[in-house]
Ligand binder design. Structure first.
Ligand SMILES: Cc1cc2nc3c(=O)[nH]c(=O)nc-3n(C[C@H](O)[C@H](O)[C@H](O)COP(=O)(O)O)c2cc1C
Length: 460
């Protein structure tokens, strides 16, 4: 059986993910797993038609495509995303149609489900038969139990292909609208005051709904609003995954391109950030993904903390909750305040005008008030994954994170909560006595739980 492995790691062969592929190769020598480096060679693949053709021909000759990638910012790396875009841009979807597909990733399990949903949806859009997901933690291969699990995954995959087992289509095709947004006159202007408002976009083209929504939105402000087209920022390439930034947040690219300066002077200094983009396949454009990936020089430090965030999106966002969660998850973990998403989906220009105005108003108001809604599980859970990861195995090489987390109280493990520890020990002892246990659990528990809150209410 011939499997084409599309390698998403910019590190090419020196990739953690590829060690998992090599493991499968070793365990199943009867099958051919041919690895093609996609992310590492994206520039050649984009430029050289033959290089692209060779990959597509290899896909045509295979029975299955294994999407194998590292998680990068809740998705696949930007270069890999670009390759996926090229499949449609160059009209070679038919090479993938009816083939089996599966996805394999390594990560720290931070939003790995988003990336796998994305690849599953892409496979469904390509009318492939998506046979399953294997999401490994970076060092799972060291554990006997996990090696066994990986072997079984591969065995089941090969059997699925051999016996032509049917697969579910998990993601329905997206329905795109042909609605054209026509902005109305701006009735009210919102004063920017002392807030620094920066709008990032991947297109200012007023021939598109996005461009017109941007014009309308920026027109609602009186005062300075800076609009930056990501295509005009000098970005030489995607994140290389070298982790040189782990020591002191200095990126290997340094001043070889303009990204670091752009990020430090424009993005970091904004109080209000608005992200604008059109959906492209099941995400935003790979240019947007590039923006996120290259911000990795900040490692796991929440550099977006306390910013107010707004999103202006053209395209069927409500049909794609995975994309919405990717954006919400990222910014919640960053401790930013997400104000709202405005899209053109309602298909009514006046309504979009009103939504854009309301977004502008709330961004300024929330920034002036210092208000951000509390994080949901997306932010709370994500922060704990980072905390444990930095505290644990990968404290080295992520020394900059460790120092930041220590200094800023992000190592908020419960073990230092001495008051709770003493109370817990006492209550655990008491609950061993049957009569006390009965009294606590049947009579006291509800009132005791609200006691500390009532004390606050009495004070207010
Ligand atoms: C730019 C960048 C972004 C990352 N984003 C995530 C992420 O969102 N979630 C996660 O679990 N791991 C993330 N990681 C960790 C990698 O997925 C992980 O180290 C992976 O094993 C690297 O695989 P590779 O050596 O095959 O490239 C990120 C790493 C880098 C360099």
């Amino acid at each position: 059986m011939k499997i084409i492995v599309l390698n998403g790691s910019p590190k090419g062969d020196v990739s953690i993910t590829m060690q998992y592929v090599h493991f499968i190769q070793k365990k199943f020598p009867q099958h051919e797993l041919k690895i093609l480096n996609i992310s590492q060679r994206i520039k050649t693949i984009e430029r050289d038609d033959n290089a692209f053709r060779e990959i597509i021909d290899a896909v045509r000759s295979a029975t299955c495509v294994l999407w194998a990638f590292p998680l990068y910012y809740l998705l696949v790396p930007s270069n890999y995303k670009r390759f996926i875009e090229l499949i449609w841009a160059r009209g070679v979807e038919d090479a993938f149609k009816d083939k089996y597909a599966a996805s394999l990733s390594t990560s720290i399990h931070f939003y790995d489900h988003i990336a796998h949903n994305y690849i599953n949806a892409i496979s469904d859009d390509l009318e492939m038969k998506f046979a399953g997901v294997f999401s490994a933690a970076m060092y799972d291969l060291l554990e006997e139990k996990e090696r066994k699990r990986l072997s079984l995954f591969a065995e089941h995959l090969f059997d699925t292909i051999e016996y032509n087992v049917p697969t579910s289509r998990n993601f329905r095709p997206l329905i795109h609208s042909s609605f054209e947004y026509v902005p109305g006159d701006v009735q009210t202007k919102i004063g920017v005051g002392s807030q620094k408002v920066v709008v990032l976009t991947d297109s200012k083209d007023e021939g598109t709904n996005l461009g017109r929504m941007l014009r309308q939105f920026t027109g609602t402000f009186s005062g300075e609003v800076e609009v930056i087209d990501l295509n005009e920022v000098d970005i030489k390439g995607g994140c290389l995954g070298c982790i040189q930034c782990g020591y002191d947040n200095s990126c290997q690219y340094g001043d070889k391109d303009g990204y670091i300066e752009f990020f430090n002077t424009k993005v970091k200094s904004a109080n209000i950030l608005v992200l604008a983009g059109s959906t492209k396949d099941r995400y935003l454009s790979s240019q947007w993904k590039l923006f996120f990936d290259r911000s990795f020089f900040n490692t796991h430090i929440p550099v977006m903390a306390d910013k107010q965030l707004g999103f202006i999106i053209s395209g069927p966002l409500s049909q794609n909750p995975n994309l919405r969660q990717a954006l919400e998850g990222f910014f919640e973990v960053q401790q930013a305040g997400i104000v709202d998403f405005v899209t053109d989906e309602c298909g009514d220009s006046a309504e979009i005008d009103a939504l854009l105005l309301s977004l502008a108003e709330r961004l300024i108001r929330y920034a002036n008030d210092g208000y951000a809604k509390p994080a949901s599980f997306l932010g709370v859970g994500g922060k704990k994954v980072f905390r444990d990861f930095i505290y644990g195995r990968l404290r080295f090489p992520f020394l900059a994170d460790h120092n930041f987390y220590k200094k800023n109280g992000l190592y908020d493990f419960p073990q230092k909560d001495y008051k709770s520890r003493i109370t817990n020990s006492m209550m655990m002892l008491l609950s061993r006595i049957p009569s006390m246990r009965k009294k606590i659990y049947t009579e006291r528990i509800k009132t005791e739980l609200i006691k500390p809150l009532q004390k606050v209410l009495e004070r207010e």
